[in-house]
Design a protein around this ligand. Structure first.
Ligand SMILES: *Cc1c(COP(=O)(O)O)cnc(C)c1O
Ligand SMILES: [Zn+2]
Length: 433
């Protein structure tokens, strides 16, 4: 018996196998992510009967105020997972943004304030590192577009695991500092994310490390289901009508879908159709292109966009994301870098939420879908904001004005105030004519 199966035997674990998404072949619950028969991706399978028998709304609400309130739906055996307060982020009713866009029931799921590193990646990493520890790994690693490196380094520090992360060398300063501070080994690779990822696949084979998004990917990706569970719980145990989320590898999008499905299957919410719409940056939009052209394969692209956190040119779960958007009557759209900056500003000015480029992409796509009549104003629509703007300040530099510099004197203040009001009036006149 391996250490992991011993743990399983002792615990109340409800996950039972790794299962190929393509051919259905099942595997032991170890560190692997590709089917040996057909090379399809592996996904965690659960004992749904056991979940139906043991989980209730009340049992969830009695749990911790973090993703671990949903522990029976997550692939870990331990009763004491790594809990750094990840999850249970605000679901904000976005009335001012809704009015601006002409919608009536709009919500923002605000993972810009997720703990501990201010992006949704803390969810997937909390799960992956808990599982890594169970499987006996002492060094953890990842191929990252920035946020994943932040999360892996921070949560590894908390858990006392050794950590080595790989990032493209051209990342934003905030993302690099937000990794270095935790003291991991950081490899900045001269290349784009897809090249970093290929290198990491080779390292995973030779070094026996736990790569959260490679050999631990089936466990890691399950963490994104909590974005679905939380929204359902926060809406009063109901599903929304429409969700809009960003797409990089496509994983989070497909897992929100899986989360909603599991809640229906276990009887925690009533079944209803939910439309799934996805957002990409035009400079890296292989999934949006496949959707637009009605293809069921992804043609890889070379990324060129300010939305670096979602710049994956060869997305592993792209085809599954296209499939979900199609069968739920949703859409996948892309927007330009200028529209992304405008999206960041629109969210900040209407709702007081400063998001990074991925969030700007999602808001800009939301706006585009509304203008094209592809979101019904009365649909309960949830938009996923997945990262924090303080990490990508370069993106909005030069688009937000400057502070008014004054002397520490009342008349200096009064003159500056008068000038700024005149400027405001002039701007308004320009808008009006
Ligand atoms: C990684 C990331 C995503 C998308 O993740 P996938 O699951 O790979 O599609 C979205 N937003 C932010 C901010 C991210 O860091
Ligand atoms: Zn298979």
């Amino acid at each position: 018996m391996t250490q992991a199966t011993q743990l399983l035997a002792k615990s109340t674990a409800t996950f039972r196998a790794l299962k190929c998404k393509e051919c259905g072949e099942e595997y032991e619950l170890k560190a692997m992510h590709v089917c040996e028969l057909c090379f399809g991706p592996l996904e965690v399978a659960y004992d749904l009967n056991e979940l139906r028998r043991t989980v209730t709304r009340e049992s969830i609400q009695a749990g911790p105020n973090s993703i671990w309130r949903y522990r029976p739906f997550l692939p870990v055996a331990t009763e004491t997972p790594i809990d750094v307060g990840t999850g249970m982020t605000p679901l904000v009713q976005a009335n001012r943004l809704a009015r601006r866009l002409g919608l009536n029931k709009l919500y923002i799921k605000n993972d810009a304030v997720n703990m501990p590193t201010l992006s949704f990646k803390d969810r997937v990493v909390s799960v992956a590192l808990t599982r890594a520890r169970e499987l006996g790994f002492t060094t953890v690693s990842c191929a990252s577009t920035g946020n994943l490196a932040n999360s892996t380094a921070a949560i590894a520090a908390h858990a006392g695991l050794d950590c080595c992360v790989f990032i493209p060398a051209d990342l934003e300063a905030g993302k690099v500092m937000g990794t270095l501070i935790y003291g991991p080994t950081v490899m900045a690779v001269h290349g784009n994310y897809d090249q970093v990822n290929r290198l990491c696949s080779e390292v995973a084979n030779t070094h026996g490390w736990g790569f959260v998004n490679i050999n631990l990917r089936p466990y890691y990706s399950e963490g994104s289901k909590t974005l679905g569970y939380e929204v359902a719980e926060q809406l009063g145990w109901q599903l929304p009508d429409h969700v809009v989320a960003p797409l990089a590898s496509g994983s989070l999008f497909t897992k929100i879908y899986k989360g909603f499905q599991e809640f229906v299957q276990v009887g925690l919410v009533d079944e209803k159709p939910v439309r799934f719409s996805g957002a990409q940056a035009e400079g890296c939009s292989p999934i949006a292109q496949a959707f637009r052209e009605g293809r069921d394969f992804i043609a890889p692209v070379k990324p060129n966009t300010i939305a670096k956190s979602i710049a994956i040119g060869n997305p592993a779960d792209g085809v599954y994301a296209v499939d979900i958007a199609r069968k739920t009557n949703g859409n996948i759209e892309s927007v330009t870098d200028a529209e992304i900056v405008a999206g960041i500003k629109l969210l900040a000015e209407t709702e007081g939420i400063f998001t990074e480029t991925a969030g700007g992409t999602t808001i800009a796509v939301l706006q585009k879908l509304v203008e094209a009549g592809k979101i019904n104003p009365d649909e309960t629509t949830v938009v996923y904001i997945t990262g924090n703007g303080l990490k990508t300040q370069e993106a909005v530099q030069g688009y937000v004005g400057e502070p008014l510099t004054i002397e520490p004197k009342l008349d200096s203040f009064e003159r500056a105030l008068e000038r700024s009001r005149t400027l405001d009036r002039l701007e308004w006149q320009q808008v009006l004519v």
